[in-house]
Design a protein around this ligand. Sequence first.
Ligand code: ADP
Ligand code: MG
Length: 486
Amino acid sequence: MQHPYETVIGLEIHVQLNTRSKVFCADDASFGGAPNTHVSAVSLAHPGTLPRLNEAALGHAIRLGLALGCEINRRSTFDRKNYFYADLPKGFQTTQDQSPVCIGGSLRITPAAPDKSQPSVIRIHHIHLEEDAGKSLHDQDPDDSLIDLNRAGVPLLEIVTEPDLRSAEEVAAFMTEIRRLVRWIGISDGNMEEGSLRCDVNVSVRKQGATSLGNRCEIKNMNSMRFARRAIAYEVDRQIGILEGGGRVEQETRGFDPATGATYSLREKEDAHDYRYFPEPDLPPVLVTETYLETIRAAMPTLPQDMEAAFRSDYGLPAHDAEMLTQEQSTTAYFIRLLQAGDAASMARPAANLVINKLLPWSAEAGKPLDACPVSPEQWMEMLVLIETGKISASTAYQRLFPALLDSPASSPALLAADMNLLQNTDTAYLETIVSAVLARYPEKVAEYRKGKKGLIGFFMGEVMKDSKGKADPKAATQLLERLLV
Ligand code: ADP
Ligand code: MG
């Protein structure tokens, strides 16, 4: 039976930008630093100071807008969102309420199982530029909360989606895609643990088939996908429980407690008027000229989703491989260099396999980028060709030649393999001697095989490999065994 309720989710995602300085002043915007050392009078909005927009932050906003197919507003404006809180030194947050930098747009997502079936297109309402607040630290002093204002004024983009998401899996897919995108276009490190990517999750439920939306709750500040999933699951159950009991879901802002897995009420939902929004008098409107927009557009890289699709259609790579190879621009670039070193059409699959299963793990373990690998793409391609032409078995290549090459990166793979005596023996007479010896050694097994226990072929192959010290060509040996065993 179909579940009688449908989950409806809209996200407000905060992306912390990787500019060197803050969004309205020259203070250092980098993560960390001793508390309150990245704070000047401007960050604190002392009387007489004036903010000034960091152009790099604007450029990043436009880059994301272009990547998501948004309309770029040629004239956007800043507003003050007023509220009193200890970590908000100015007493207001400078944000964009009336005219944000980007309007509309969408992102296609393909959720993992069990929702894998269909990609969905999630519409974006708008993206605006704003500043972050400071941070209250509740675990540094036994009596008092302490405040670190280093983060106050760091540039954020807020991506507001339409309520188009239908499950926690879709939320996870959306966040994963945004993370890949912001890293790819170079505007943020997308690090959820350090808080450079976080989201508020608006959740409501409604009866299947209903056309109007149910009342929603907003769960604040999810900074891990695992927590977001649990929070959504809990919240959906809670709301269905209320509705089934004849009650009404109150629109409110809620928190999530990882210890209990429950969401809890923080406050009633504020309305816009609670914030006394008004235009920021100290910042002029932002005018984006056609030339400026064109310069940014011209420098945009091919987007990861397009690259992924091209890897699948041009080289027939499996979905998972294409996705792995487009997680980072550096991985994609390395893979392309590898393909350029050989026959791309026939070598794409083995090349993908090498990058995903060997080189990425090497890079993670060595703590070095792929292009710092001492063995060149040309050399790797030479190794792959040895495998593909049957000169060396894949297992010998990966287990022995691969580490040997990393140890002596100047060598030619073919010469090194010959030196190490790793090249396979396809010589028929040699093979026949070994295979016959193996069959002579196990007459009962030969009889069983002939009676139908065909699985024994694996056993015979194992013996042939042992006798040849791994150098027998598996294909030739199998053929020979099958011939002699009939
Ligand atoms: P507000 O102006 O009150 O903040 P918005 O209309 O701007 O509300 O929506 C904020 C976020 O909440 C958006 O991501 C939107 O998609 C989402 N949202 C709005 N209504 C619902 C709903 N009924 N259920 C789930 N999400 C919703
Ligand atoms: Mg809103």
